[in-house]
Write a protein that binds this ligand. Structure first.
Ligand code: AMP
Length: 366
């Protein structure tokens, strides 16, 4: 682990400073709201003219490769973070020449590419499902021999919410799976028979202090996160292993900011890392209403050089995503005692689109 820069050289941005945010979705919106509570302002850079974060922050709508717009944006902020991991690395590198970007290009490069991600995790001593890099169709046949079936082919880049994936079972033709993911560079993973999925949201400061929210259980529906339950129903030693994985990943990346690590808990108690996200994460939304510090405030603290906040949980928490037309239940959710409703202000409801979430906290149950 690195000790980081000498204390006098560490970045310390007091309230009143401006945080630049790359990406303008709901994560940027909730980040801006948390930042505002601490007296910071946010300036969002997002190519789309209309986006959830623009309702609550200054917004520059320009392309990721618009050098002039990037330079003006960089000049207007004190530190830069991201809420979207498919920001081109070149964009981050250009910005980093004039302002600190946290997390930086190195973490982004790892998180953007599943092969780079798994290589990084394994090198850091973190176990994953068995996997193989699949640059072309021929490599898929060879990898299937080694990894076996069922297995899952995933595009190396730009996959999210289960998109760009094809499960290969007994009798399935490899060529069909290759076509289904768009005949592009991919990874093949052994399909693991996990007991449950968990994630850990972990923050690290410039001087190497780490704080992790406890592991939570994530339940998916149609490949999209449906519910997060805190705490995850796992034994203490399993929870410790999950937290240890997140700490290892943070330190190995010399990371500054908040990182989400998604993991599979196996029936024998092993914990396998699946994915990392270099930003606040849907499975951390429960912290807004259910923890002493929210994941968004923790992000602000970590990137601005403030002390990290307490990560204690306030009770038993359930976070439920409102996907597509589920958001139409908002009047009932507003009327439900104890339910805390969060809407993302998206103008158009589309099937599969994350429109908001609701958190239910039972304070009497630790
Ligand atoms: P991912 O895009 O990698 O997060 O995958 C989306 C979802 O697919 C995960 O949350 C799991 O529910 C499932 N999944 C992904 N990879 C595997 C795997 N190797 N074995 C079993 N299930 C998987």
């Amino acid at each position: 682990m690195t000790a980081g820069p000498a204390p006098q050289d560490r970045l310390h941005l007091p309230p009143g400073s401006v945080i630049g945010v790359l990406g303008g979705g709901q994560l940027g919106r909730m980040l801006a709201l948390a930042a505002a509570r601490l007296g910071y302002r946010c300036h969002v850079y997002e190519p789309a003219a209309e986006c959830p974060a623009a309702h609550v922050a200054r917004h520059t709508a320009a392309a990721w490769d618009d050098a002039a717009a990037l330079d003006v944006f960089a000049a207007s902020v004190d530190v830069i973070t991201l809420e979207f991991e498919n920001v081109p690395v070149e964009t981050v590198e250009r910005l980093a020449a004039s302002k600190p970007v946290r997390p930086g290009a190195a973490a982004l490069r790892v998180a953007q590419d599943r092969a780079a991600e798994k290589t990084f995790l394994n090198k850091a001593g973190i176990e994953t499902a068995p996997w193989a890099d699949i640059p072309d169709a021929a490599a898929l046949d060879a990898a299937l021999e080694r990894i076996g079936r069922p297995s899952v082919l995933k595009t190396a880049r730009f996959g999210y919410d289960g998109k760009g994936q094809a499960v290969i079972r007994d009798g399935d033709a490899a060529a069909d799976a290759w076509a289904a993911v768009g005949a592009q560079r991919s990874v093949l993973e052994g399909f693991v028979d996990f007991s449950l999925e968990v994630s850990v949201l972990a923050a690290r400061t410039e001087d190497g202090e780490i704080r992790c929210f406890e592991p939570v259980e994530n339940r998916h529906r149609d490949g999209v996160l449906h519910k997060t339950l805190a705490p995850a129903p796992i034994a203490a030693d399993v929870a410790d292993r999950a937290v240890e994985i997140a700490c290892k990943a943070l330190s190995a990346l010399d990371y500054v900011g908040l990182l989400a690590v998604e993991m599979f808990v196996m029936p024998d108690g092993r914990v396998l890392a699946n994915e990392i996200a270099p930003r606040p994460h849907n499975s951390g939304h429960w912290t807004i209403d259910g923890a002493a510090t929210s994941q968004f405030e923790q992000t602000v603290r970590a990137i601005c050089g403030l002390p990290l906040g307490e990560v204690s949980r306030l009770g038993a928490v359930e976070m439920e995503n409102l996907i597509g037309e589920e958001v139409d239940a908002w009047p009932d959710l507003l009327a439900e005692p104890g339910a805390r409703l969060h809407l993302y202000g998206k103008r158009e409801t589309r099937p599969g689109r994350k429109m908001g979430h609701v958190t239910r906290l039972r304070r009497d149950e630790a």
